[in-house]
Ligand binder design. Sequence first.
Ligand code: GLC
Length: 756
Amino acid sequence: MTQHSAGATAAFSVADLTLEEKASLTSGGSFWSTKSVARAGIPEVLLADGPHGLRLQAGSEDNLGLAESLPATCYPPAVGLGSSWDVDLVHAVGAALGAEASIAGVGVVLGPGINIKRSALCGRNFEYFSEDPVVSGALGAASVRGIQSQGVGASVKHFAANNKEDDRLRSSSEVAERPLREIYLRPFHRVVVDAEPWTVMCSYNRINGLYASENPWLLTQVLRDDWGFGGVVVSDWGAVNDRVAGLAAGMDLEMPATGGHTDAEIVAAVRGGFVDESILDRTADRLLELVRKVQAGAGSAAGPFDVKAHHDIARDAAARSIVLLKNDDRMLPLAPNASVAVIGPFAQTPRFQGGGSSKTNPTRMDNAIDAIREHAGESGATFAAGFLVEDDDTDRDAELRAEAVSLAASKDVAVVFLGLTDADESEGYDRTHIDLSSKQLQLLDAVLAVNPRTIVVLSNGSVVALPFKDRVPAIVEAWLLGQAGGSAIADVLYGVVNPSAKLAETIPLRLQDSPAYLDFDVDNGLIRYSEGLFVGYRWYDARGLDVAYPFGHGLSYTSFEYGQPVAAVTASGDVDVRVTVTNTGERTGREVVQVYTSLPGSSVQRPPRELKAFAIAEISPGSSHEFVMTVRRADLAYWNAAAQRWIVEGGEYVFEVGASSRDIRSSIPFALDGDSFEPAITRESTLAEALAHPTAGPALRSVLAMEEAPGGPSMGGADQIAGIMGDFPLGRFARIAGESLKPEVLDPIIDSTRAG
Ligand code: GLC
């Protein structure tokens, strides 16, 4: 393992290196490290997964979590942390992960993953935060800041539009520019601006036909020119298709090692004049800067790390990732003296993380049944498996079901653990449906029949359909929670922790209702993002569809009352929204307050509401807390593809403050000045657009001898023509308008509309 001397940064520079040495830096020296250049005193850098726990392999190496890795704390995967909506919590988990990485001599942690959950079918949703770009960006930035606070780099991934697993190394994500910028790139933009990640990992897939690993628009124009990213772009493992094209596009480090073959391709391309050496120098300089950062940060965390303390961080984070979906008749928290039937194998053998490269070898493992017994006393809680997780043995399943039903009938309460398995979801492949297995649903029905006081606890990396939601009095969405999840679930069930998590993704009633239902599969190599901007709650709101539980939903053991919000523009042009929330219940609780915005009458297509800010705070009973949430002006902008720029429209916005996207507690009108923007007129602009333009309009009217009544355009003339021929492209209209719009007349009018 590479140990860097703390703080030392050798005085090496690109100028000292030969062409071959520079090229050698652009690909891995092994499966997990960069190359060193001994002659120049340049050390190698060790990279290691993963987003929710260190996966450092000491023996055989793979990027799919197959071979053993060294013990490390397994924190809640992003599907859990995403539900916490807690920037400080995610930062703390990142810092703990970063500390373990630093102690192990790792220079870059390969995480967080912040891809948007476009469909519940994505096998890797467990590794991502949300269906929403603001939640994904804010929590992704917190994770990066946390990791990097320990002198270790992060690698925000997978850049970009990698929203499914099947055929991920070849398929092309076909995304229109507005949703690409406003939904799929926005989280990365926020992370780059807010957290300055040392590296960005480019994804396997193509985007609109071009591999991410050789896409100059993505890796240079957007990432560096538009956003100002100054770090290193590292490929996903095996994502490089054309190494020379990748170098030119801004893809700096190919991983894993290719035995120097692609280095030689780069040398030949430079020697052959196909790539200017300055392009290679640019990449080599970035890579040397990364080495310097790693050297400077080395040894920041003193080892060994405190296993118990990190386990406790994981437990606290897990508890705050648990969403209380339903709690009729205050079924929860459980009374300590209640006799409990704990049913389902996940209570004994937790499914605590997803399959693939993020797989961590946990230092400890809590299970729910042991933790529940601690609360309920030995006689209070009795376990029954209820079904076989992986195997399907009808007879054995029937026996287990009968035992569980008999147990449930004899207890005050039944807690039934249901969920998904590694066979259902993982990195590397997608789901084919969102249903729990029929035998699990059969077990639940049988238990309900003998004991209506039944609580369902779910263990799943992505949403599942809840056909039983109206028949079960309480439902706890416990996602995948890492090594301390079992204790955390018991902490919530018994009220040691008051649940505060909220859904960061919609739970639909049916898969058929979901945005990507018709276009999730690869069709001739293409994945069509036909839903455009309408991802997640944006879709269900725009279509007026009912859902099982909406984005932002989550209950508490206490209750909160929201005051009237006020909004004001700040000196920086953002909008601060203030609202006071009172805890009207009997116990302390955390509340996540959400701010959604919309612009009725917008000149462009917009979802009914979009989350633009959120905050969380703990409030004691009877107390109040003033939440101050900043809606960034940049987040109100839409992407104007014609003008190739962001534009904030002026107008009367609606700001909604809510406890979920469908529990809006108040809304206020808010007038905002827009960007001064008049699109340039071209020969492709329509006549109507040109007549509406502040400078082109009057010029055209006078040229076409279109009289305007004193109070404005006459009903004849301009408006009559515009009504009939308004959709004519100006250039073609000019051809039939004859002499009045000959080129020497029209061109100056067009030129006058070009900004400065
Ligand atoms: C994997 C994953 C990526 C991971 C890398 C190294 O294929 O896509 O997230 O960091 O390879 O394991």
